[in-house]
Design a protein around this ligand. Structure first.
Ligand SMILES: [Zn+2]
Length: 389
């Protein structure tokens, strides 16, 4: 399995300018690869492969001095990025999902990372990060990497620099908790669980978000091309990074707690894009970053050997989680009141139970809060030992 570790690095002024020059050269290479592919297609009707582009690059390296100053694998990674952009484009064409979006040119400042796809292009040694043709960077490794490091990507974010390592590792099996949980992501709180507990949106995140709005307003008032605008841009970028980091931190911690406590995790299969189209809700939905949270949750669940399921979200907030009767509500109705069985429950709590039940539909008849799920899970747990015996 793969896992990414992100650390702050502190390049010296020289190293920073080398990093910036490198990413600028990579950006130009990226764009010229796009042009080549386009021209080749227009003149021959055929695509230009990455292998062929690699040959062109090798020839260019003999002539262009700038390219010589960059580690060859970093340049090769650019070709891989171009290839991935095209693959994504063709996939979207095939799926016919909305606009396919032809791969775009990267404008200045839009290419903010370089990747060393393998050692020894990069190496962590004596508490320093050695980057070929860049130098030895000071790095703050606040936690240990588990597994074998495969790639290193160095990225600028605002005024800070980060190194992201992708490591491959064998997950250690752990006992799977005999508990199941349904998660309803909501607007009132970040999420409500089927046991009735609520996960609130953290306040510090809200605060950072409101100051982000303020600095963005101030940026828009600055004269274009002016010195002050440049300064304001840095402030905005730094604050963006802060908000993003805080949000991601919150997502990781929340997901960790849920995965540690449960063996089966069920969430709604939300089409976030469709939801964002609803103007009244869109702001809060994008902000909460549910899509990202669910991705993190899924990956942590997989890592821990939990079952993670996504179920269709239809009617989860309308149906009664006790007897199944449809109880119509508007968005403003906060409490579920069933006139058939008399169940009174917070709206989101009711939805979370429905979500959990939907994943265990086949056994819903004898459903006594997760009991059937638990026996199901204990069977999963016993299976490996049976096989071993
Ligand atoms: Zn009912």
């Amino acid at each position: 399995m793969r896992k990414t570790y992100k650390y702050r690095v502190y390049p010296s002024r020289d190293q920073e300018s080398r990093l910036l020059e490198t990413s600028e050269t990579c950006r130009v290479l990226y764009n010229s690869c796009l042009v080549d592919r386009k021209n080749h297609y227009q003149s021959t009707g055929k695509g230009l492969s990455r292998i062929r582009q690699q040959e062109i690059l090798a020839a260019d390296k003999k002539r262009v001095l700038l390219l010589k100053e960059i580690h060859s694998q970093v340049l090769q990674d650019v070709l891989f990025r171009v290839e991935r952009a095209y693959q994504g484009f063709f996939r979207r064409l095939q799926e016919r999902s909305g606009k396919a979006g032809y791969p775009r040119f990267k404008s200045e400042g839009r290419y903010d990372s370089i990747t060393f796809p393998q050692e020894p292009g990069f190496r962590i040694e004596d508490g320093k990060l050695k980057l070929s043709k860049i130098g030895q960077l000071k790095i703050k490794m606040h936690r240990q990497i588990v597994g074998t490091v495969k790639t290193c990507t160095v990225r600028k974010d605002g005024t800070h620099w980060y190194a992201c390592f992708s490591a491959e590792y064998e997950p250690t099996p752990r006992p799977i908790p005999l508990k199941a949980v349904g998660i309803d992501v909501g607007l009132k709180s970040f999420a409500t669980l089927s046991d009735g507990s609520e996960i609130a949106n953290p306040k510090h995140l809200r605060k950072a978000e409101s100051s982000l709005k303020r600095v963005q307003r101030s940026l828009s008032r600055k004269k274009k091309g002016g010195k002050n605008r440049k300064k304001a841009k840095v402030v905005v970028a730094n604050l963006h990074r802060k908000v993003r980091n805080q949000r991601s931190d919150f997502h990781h911690k929340t997901a960790r707690a849920i995965v540690d406590a449960n063996g089966l995790i069920v969430a709604e299969d939300l089409k976030i894009k469709n939801m964002v189209r609803n103007r009244h809700l869109s702001k809060s939905i994008s902000d909460a970053g549910w899509g990202n949270f669910l991705l993190i949750l899924a990956s942590k669940a997989e890592e821990a050997g939990c079952r993670f399921e996504k179920v269709k979200p239809h009617h989860t907030s309308i149906n009664c989680s006790c007897c199944g009767t449809a109880v119509l509500k508007t968005l403003a109705t906060r409490t579920h009141r069933c006139h058939v069985c008399g169940l009174v429950l917070d709206r989101d709590h009711n939805a979370a139970i429905n979500i959990l039940k939907r994943a265990t539909a086949g056994t819903a008849e004898s459903y006594a809060w997760g009991e059937s799920v638990l026996s199901d899970l204990s069977m999963i747990q016993e299976a490996p030992s049976l096989a071993a015996g």
